[in-house]
Design a binder for this molecule. Structure first.
Ligand code: ADP
Ligand code: MG
Length: 323
């Protein structure tokens, strides 16, 4: 099983940013309202994610680091109605197999917590410990036993850039959660968690910019779309500034990207890229995120109709703003 974990680790945890994404998604699944992420260097010396979520009962902690031991799917049917970000039960065991990991947790109602320490996926200790309610995962020496992974990593700046980009996007996906990212002792990002998307956009992308964005909101049948768009004169030269969020999950979608740009290009002939943060809500049965272990790519059941809906929403928002 340890070799299977390390193979899975190659897919689930490509680099430090993937570890952070998985840990933060676990915190969100646990209903955390505050999530603090500490990173040292490029993330290989230390990544620590602390939350105030539901915690893990002592008896379940050893299971949480076992392969496919997810607590989020009880039956196969659950896959269709799944509302959690995780469901594969691969992240913790994969990360544990290529690091020194400490999982500390205390569910509300318990008087003390537990700390489970692993090295290369092997248990080192499991003890009682004083801990705040919630869960802290600390990952040290990431990829110490995976030299090929280490070699593939870029500089501290590049790796941390990827990390702050992803944390920023996740913060935009969850304005109701207060995020804090530190590197190493400096606060790089801190959102208020007051549930206001525009406020989070101001924190993540800049206040000046947030002030100029156009609100978009449209519902049609099972689809609901809400967020903010750049006005036509605030277009960019790269696609980096677009965040699509589907039911709380940041996704990459060439289909949605094309639909968004088409909405602009019917009004502005130049081929530049808009800035947008868009939350799309639709039934879980309408899309599939299972296409890649990193769960970023999404496939929609009614792709073309959805694309048309987005294009129309964008066009209407821009036309209304132009009046
Ligand atoms: P998955 O998220 O796909 O279920 P993971 O390997 O990421 O698998 O996590 C395994 C299990 O550990 C989860 O199903 C959950 O029960 C528990 N867990 C992990 N992180 C947390 C957390 N921050 N708070 C509460 N439970 C957690
Ligand atoms: Mg998970």
């Amino acid at each position: 099983p340890q070799s299977a974990n390390r193979i899975a680790a190659g897919e689930v945890v490509e680099r430090p940013v993937s570890v952070i994404k998985e840990l933060v998604e676990n915190s969100l699944d646990a209903g955390a309202k505050h999530i603090e992420i500490a990173v040292e260097g490029r993330g290989t010396s230390l990544i620590r994610v602390q939350d105030d979520g539901s915690g893990i009962p002592a008896a379940e902690m050893p299971l949480a680091v076992l392969r496919h031991a997810t607590s989020k799917i009880r039956r196969v049917e659950d896959l269709d109605t799944l509302s959690t970000l995780g469901f594969r039960g691969e992240a913790l065991p994969s990360i544990a197999s290529v690091s020194r990991l400490a999982l500390t947790s205390r569910p509300p109602g318990e008087i003390s917590g537990r700390i489970l320490r692993l090295e290369g996926g092997q248990r080192v200790s499991f003890d009682e410990i004083g801990a705040p309610v919630g869960t802290t995962v600390s990952v040290e020496n990431l990829f110490y036993n995976a030299p090929a992974r280490l070699k593939f990593l870029r500089s501290d700046n590049t790796e941390f850039g990827l990390i702050s980009d992803v944390v920023g996007r996740i913060a935009l996906a969850h304005p109701e959660v207060a995020f804090k990212l530190t590197h190493p002792e400096q606060t790089v990002l801190q959102t208020a968690g007051r549930g206001r998307l525009l406020e989070s956009i101001g924190t993540v992308l800049g206040k000046e910019l947030a002030r100029r964005l156009l609100p978009l909101s449209l519902e049609q049948g099972i689809w609901s779309l809400a967020g903010y768009l750049s006005p036509p004169d605030l277009v960019r030269s790269s696609r980096q500034a677009v965040t699509f969020i589907v039911n709380g999950r940041c996704v990459r979608s060439p289909v949605l990207m094309r639909a968004l740009e088409e909405g602009y290009h019917t009004l502005i002939p130049v081929k530049l890229h808009p800035l947008a943060v868009l939350h799309l809500k639709l039934p879980a049965s309408e899309y599939d995120v299972n296409v890649h272990p990193a769960k970023m790519e999404v496939k929609f059941a009614h792709e073309q109709a959805l694309a048309d809906f987005l294009t129309a929403a964008v066009r209407r928002t821009l036309l209304d703003a132009g009046r």
